[in-house]
Write a new protein. Structure first.
Length: 386
């Protein structure tokens, strides 16, 4: 009993690593492999410009750094901003004085001591000042400044990130003079990536909205779906460009990187598919591992009782010891719960592979293939006395 327990312990340890799944019936068309380039849409990239003439004093971020919306990215000292804030504070004071003048004119007019024309002129003067003040306040707000908090004129213009993202590239050198249109840096939104596939015109014309692709990045395959057949042919390669959106992509893909993509073209047919991780070479053939079929049990109670009687009479303790071979291996030690099933590979599609040799819903080992293979090899060696 102790011996059997020790034999089972490795199997129990492997069981936590071994994963079993069912073979699936999935549509598959002609698979073509081609080049693709990682990209993003224009609305996913943000170009940060200075927006004011001035001197670039400081960067709060560096290339590759992740920033959140509203975070400081750069500081510019601007004489233009100094003039704007000074003018705004002057208009605030002028508006106060003009309001006092308007109120005084209104009281004098009510007492008949001033004309209606004098009152109208006072009202117009106040409204003109307020109009200039509101226009200037709007400009300051668009630059990220709150006019109501201004107490002194300032030339410190801080630029903030308008969205979450990663700083792609620092463009303007530090301590350089910039104007309102100078590009300071790029900011990349990492919420989604796309792949531009390069196909022959013939293949591109077979693309439909149901077309699926699998983009290979750093030995990982990511499913993708068709977005758009781009209208222009690539002039260098003379190939059509097809845009795919990468599903569940990581957030650190490199923009502009070239890679490969597998595309399934129409028409499609349903084929049996298993995980690519389930395939392995065994005795020179491609196989997947399936659970070993158990031997048929006795068909009726009488046969079962008969066999039980025979086993009781013939299998003594001494005879059980004789079941062990000359090397000390028990017959039970040779048994493994899985067996290899030879399959024929049809095509690879991302993390899946289309095969012949399994039926739909049939169980197979999708993970832990190495451990199953080790068990079978050990069982085979034990069975032959090596």
């Amino acid at each position: 009993m102790t011996k059997y327990l020790l034999l089972l312990l490795p199997l129990i340890g492997f069981a936590s690593t071994i994963k079993v799944e069912h073979a699936e019936l999935k549509p598959l068309g002609e698979i073509i492999k081609t080049n693709a380039q990682i990209t993003q849409l224009s609305n996913q990239k943000q170009e940060i410009v200075s927006r004011l003439t001035g001197h670039l004093e400081h960067y709060y971020v560096q290339a590759g750094q992740y920033v959140k919306e509203g975070e400081k990215v750069a500081l510019i000292e601007s004489i233009e901003l100094s003039k704007m804030t000074a003018e705004y504070l002057a208009l605030v004071q002028q508006a106060k004085a003009a309001k006092i003048q308007k109120n005084a004119s209104m009281k004098l007019n009510q007492k008949g001591l001033s004309s209606q024309n004098d009152l109208s002129n006072a009202i117009i003067a106040l409204e003109e000042i307020r109009s200039k003040q509101n226009a200037l306040a709007s400009q300051l707000k668009s630059l990220g400044l709150n006019p109501s908090t201004l107490t002194n004129a300032t030339d410190k213009f801080i630029i903030y990130a308008h969205a979450d993202g990663v700083v792609g590239k620092i463009i303007a050198p530090l301590h350089s003079n910039v104007n309102a249109q100078t590009l300071l840096m790029t900011l990349v939104n990492q919420n989604g990536y796309y792949a531009v596939a390069y196909l022959s015109v013939k293949d591109a014309m077979q693309i439909t909205k149901e077309t699926k692709g699998w983009v290979n990045v750093a030995n990982q395959n990511y499913p993708s779906h068709f977005i758009q057949l781009l209208p222009n042919i690539d002039t260098e390669t003379q190939r059509a460009k097809v845009l795919f959106q990468i599903e569940n992509s990581p957030s650190n893909l490199l923009l502009g990187a070239f890679t490969e993509i597998d595309i399934s073209l129409a028409p499609t047919q349903n084929v049996i598919m298993v995980k690519k991780s389930s395939l392995t070479l065994f005795n020179g053939e491609w196989v997947v591992f399936v659970e070993k079929e158990h031997k048929d049990k006795p068909h009726n109670e009488e046969e079962a009782e008969h066999e039980e009687g025979e086993n009781h009479e013939t299998h003594t303790d001494d005879e059980h010891e004789e079941e062990e071979d000359e090397h000390g291996h028990d017959e039970h030690e040779e048994d493994a719960p899985y067996e290899a099933k030879v399959v024929e590979i049809i095509a690879y599609t991302g993390e899946y592979v289309a095969i012949k040799g399994l039926s739909q819903h049939e169980e197979y080992v999708s993970e832990g293939v190495y451990f199953v293979k080790s068990m079978l090899l050990k069982s085979s060696l034990g069975g032959h006395g090596h």
